[in-house]
Write a protein that binds this ligand. Structure first.
Ligand SMILES: *Cc1c(COP(=O)(O)O)cnc(C)c1O
Length: 375
């Protein structure tokens, strides 16, 4: 029996050669490859007037994004409960409190009207996430943020190489965060990117990612050791390593292929699964979005047996996500009506999706899905 993992990163000879070169260079920390990776990301997202900083993970990027936006103790940040737990952890790490909001039933992204009902005098920011093949209502969120003077930390871990109203994701947000972890659209093994509007914010991030030490990139990006004599703010060991940036650069060179492959596989699933009336498929034509996961909704009473059946047939499935407000650590934070989130959380399942997925693989998976519902 053939096995189908949920994810299969595209690691080919280019990535392996890039890693070897980075190791042979002998400068393992943050250096020239990191500078090049930042420039390549900036090009890719068409963020000419923005400032881009690479960090060690998407979670680190969320944490620094909140800090640079001035979020801290006593503040509240509104986010969808339907997100990866890293988002709430990053908020709590600043001393602020997450406030859990519902999502729209069709896009599974934050419900802007319900978010407005949750705004309090302590609300300082909103943290939307673009979910799988859909994008948040960024225009509505910008209006909400302007009305109440909120910062927006845009968790775009799912929407790298996507466009909203013809604008590249990353090119228009207040603060935008990407993840390049092993399963994302593009991987550095582990890495994150922050996109900010001002050089001042960029400089603060540069200090915070290097345990608070001011390290001029004009030195470090030449693979030279900076001399730092003072520390003026809190910092973390959140820099990106050269090795990881080198792998990310190799991945970005094949971004067109990755985008095409992922979109085509999602479209093929949507087309062939549309005749299974029990399923709710992603409400997307995948024209402007590049998902790293493909998620469908199964009637909740069938979800367990559906996943078991596919598992017995060698098809691994995932769950994005268990709503965060149900976790022991998070259950006592403020929240609004989460009826859509709770329903979706009991129905959602992630099917295998790879950038280099071939039709035979998808046909075999689709056949098993259809046979589960038809026997
Ligand atoms: C992957 C992910 C993160 C965290 O990124 P890491 O690089 O794994 O730390 C945050 N938010 C969302 C929506 C993600 O999918």
């Amino acid at each position: 029996m053939k096995n189908y993992p949920v994810y299969r990163p595209l690691i080919e000879k280019e990535e392996i050669e890039a890693a070897t070169q980075a190791l042979e260079l002998g400068w393992l920390g943050m250096g020239s490859y990191v500078g090049q990776f930042e420039e390549a990301v900036k090009d890719c997202i068409n963020a000419g007037d923005r400032y881009v900083a690479a960090v060690s993970s998407g979670t680190a990027a969320l944490h620094l994004g909140l800090l640079v936006a001035g979020i801290g103790r006593g503040d509240e940040v509104i986010l969808p409960s339907f997100n990866f737990v890293a988002a709430a952890q990053a908020i709590i790490a600043t001393g602020a409190e997450p406030v859990f909001c519902d999502v729209y039933d069709d896009t599974l992204c934050i419900d802007v009207e319900k978010a407005e009902e949750l705004v309090s005098p302590r609300t300082k920011a909103i943290m939307p996430v673009d979910y799988s093949g859909n994008l948040s209502d960024h225009d509505g969120l910008t209006q909400l943020a302007e009305k109440y003077g909120l910062r927006i930390i845009h968790d775009a871990a799912h929407s790298f190489a996507s466009k909203y109203n013809d604008k590249e994701i990353g090119s228009f947000s207040d603060v935008c965060v990407f993840s390049f972890d092993p399963i994302k659209t593009v991987t550095c093994i582990d890495g994150g990117i922050l996109v900010v509007r001002s050089e001042e914010e960029l400089n603060i991030i540069h200090e915070m990612r290097s345990v608070g030490m001011k390290q001029s990139t004009s030195v470090t990006y030449k693979n030279r050791r900076p001399v730092t004599r003072d520390v003026q703010r809190i910092g973390f060991r959140y820099h990106m390593a050269n090795l990881h940036a080198a792998i990310g650069l190799a991945q970005l060179k094949k971004i067109d292929r990755i985008v095409k492959g992922r979109r085509a596989a999602c479209l093929y699933y949507n087309g062939r699964l549309s005749r299974v009336s029990e399923l709710i498929l992603p409400n997307s034509d995948f024209k402007d979005v590049t998902p790293f996961i493909y998620c469908v909704r199964v009637p909740s009473e069938m979800l367990g047996s559906f996943r078991d059946y596919l598992g017995k047939n060698g098809i691994d499935t995932g769950c994005h996500w268990i709503p965060m407000h149900t976790f022991t650590f998070l259950k006592n934070y403020r929240k609004g009506d989460l009826s859509v989130t709770e329903k979706v959380g009991s129905e959602i399942v992630t099917l295998p999706l790879y950038p280099d997925m071939v039709k035979d693989e998808q046909d075999a998976i689709i056949e098993k899905i259809v046979s589960f519902f038809r026997v």
